[in-house]
Design a protein around this ligand. Structure first.
Ligand SMILES: [Zn+2]
Length: 155
């Protein structure tokens, strides 16, 4: 009878080689925070407010294949709403603030903080995922793009 340890199935734990030359963690995170390409840092990683470029025009980093999805909005909400709640508690410490004044201050402040944080947080998320080589497979991306083109949708 054969040794059960040698025939047991093992998952493939080897990591594919990162197709992009990435800097260390410090520069990559700094470039992400500055909303630039985490690999080269010369061009913007975005082509709209939140739309990530499919590929960096300078270093050809596959930015569009990084599956950020819902992580940046989630992280932004967790950080920004904790900040807003602390501000609200400090502002209404004695309980005397009118609710209309409170709404007039904190609703716009919440919107400004959320919209201001979302893009840098997405840049950092992009840098972390690209540094860890977390990319969508090439075939899935190309299939989605060709399907979008054939149906006339843009983006
Ligand atoms: Zn680049």
């Amino acid at each position: 009878m054969s040794d059960p340890a040698s025939t047991a199935w093992r998952s493939d734990r080897s990591r594919p080689v990162n197709p992009v030359a990435m800097p260390g963690w410090g520069p990559a995170l700094r470039r992400g925070l500055m909303m630039r390409c985490p690999s080269c840092g010369t061009t913007s990683a975005f082509e709209g407010y939140l739309k990530v470029r499919p590929e960096c025009p300078h270093c050809a980093a596959p930015l569009g294949r990084v599956p950020c999805d819902d992580a940046p909005p989630y992280i932004t909400l967790v950080i920004a709403l904790h900040f807003i709640i602390v501000c609200m508690l400090l502002a209404d410490f004695d309980g005397g603030m009118n609710w209309i004044v409170s709404m007039a201050i904190f609703v716009p402040l919440t919107l400004v903080v959320l919209l201001g944080m979302l893009r840098p947080v997405k840049g950092i998320t992009l840098a972390i995922m690209l540094k860890n080589n977390m990319l969508r497979p090439v075939t899935a991306t190309t299939n989605v793009k060709s399907a979008d083109r054939s149906s006339g949708r843009n983006g």
